[in-house]
Design a protein around this ligand. Structure first.
Ligand code: IPD
Ligand code: CA
Ligand code: CA
Ligand code: CA
Length: 264
């Protein structure tokens, strides 16, 4: 696979897509609809961005496959050749309510090996990127995680509301032991917070391939722990839970909370 050429085009398309989103926001004419209920939304912008990438990929890389959220034609597949996994807008609810705190998330795999990853925080204008083997960058500055391996007591955690509200596997108790807990409502950017060291762990459930593909590739590149909540390996094409954290935090969450709760 021609990594440099894919990287060049992926960046170009991400910026163009970001421009389309900003224009849609400025014109304020996009349609919002409910999928399964009032908290599960999709907009005409999500669909437009997915179509934009589908067209580009088909034109420039006709043998590559696309897995993405909104169009049934891009639904689950098996890894075969090169696979682009795209969330055209991650954090649609934030996009609708806040016009901020959303991102385009893109992970590119060759067979089942992650090769390139991008998360574009459109409103802040920040591009998180990774070519595997070359490190992770934010706007072309290499990520060097300063707080390498804090204890849970010194850590900042991100968890989704369902986990906190139900104290799932006693993880809300773990949150109390940590310095603080945050909740952003956008899985890709929550993973990026851990990637750059603004947070030390992120735990969530029911995440789809396009929520985690880019963050998963970057986490592996930085040697962060990235597993399902039960500690098992992630197959990015399957829906499931996620626990991404620095080593000690991951281990403490696992041994002091998750595993204990499962046994009891
Ligand atoms: C959602 C967001 C949210 C996460 C949900 C995702 P969407 O993605 O990432 O943070 O908790 O599970 O579905 O639907 O806005 O692309
Ligand atoms: Ca959605
Ligand atoms: Ca998403
Ligand atoms: Ca989405």
């Amino acid at each position: 696979m021609n990594t440099k050429e894919i990287d060049r085009l992926a960046r170009e398309w991400l910026l163009e897509a970001g421009g389309i989103i900003k224009q849609e926001v400025a014109e304020c004419k996009y349609q919002i609809s409910e999928k399964t209920g009032p908290s599960d939304l999709v907009t005409s912008v999500d669909k437009k961005i997915e179509k934009f990438f589908a067209k580009k990929i088909a034109e420039f890389f006709p043998t590559h496959q696309l897995v993405a959220e909104e169009d049934d034609a891009h639904k689950f597949s098996t890894f075969k050749g090169v696979t682009w996994i795209l969330d055209p807008i991650d954090g649609t609810l934030n996009f609708v309510q806040q016009q901020a705190n959303y991102a385009i998330s893109l992970g590119i795999f060759e067979e089942n090996h992650g090769q390139l990853a991008y998360v574009f925080d459109v409103e802040r204008g920040s591009v998180y990127s990774c070519i595997v083997g070359e490190g992770v960058f934010v706007d072309n500055v290499k990520v060097e995680r300063l707080r390498v391996d804090p204890s849970l007591e010194e850590s900042l955690l991100i968890m989704n509301f369902g986990i906190i509200a139900s104290n799932y596997l006693n993880l809300a108790d773990a949150g109390r032991r940590a310095r603080a807990v945050r909740l952003y409502g956008v899985a890709s950017l929550e993973m990026m917070a851990v990637i750059v060291g603004q947070a030390d762990g992120y735990i969530s459930r029911s995440l789809m391939p396009w929520d985690i593909a880019a963050g998963y590739i970057m986490a592996k590149e930085l040697n962060l722990e990235v597993t399902r909540i039960d500690g098992s390996e992630i197959n990015v094409l399957e829906t499931g839970s996620l626990m991404i954290a620095s080593k000690e935090v991951h281990q403490t969450l696992s041994t002091d909370y998750i595993k204990k709760t499962e046994i009891n």
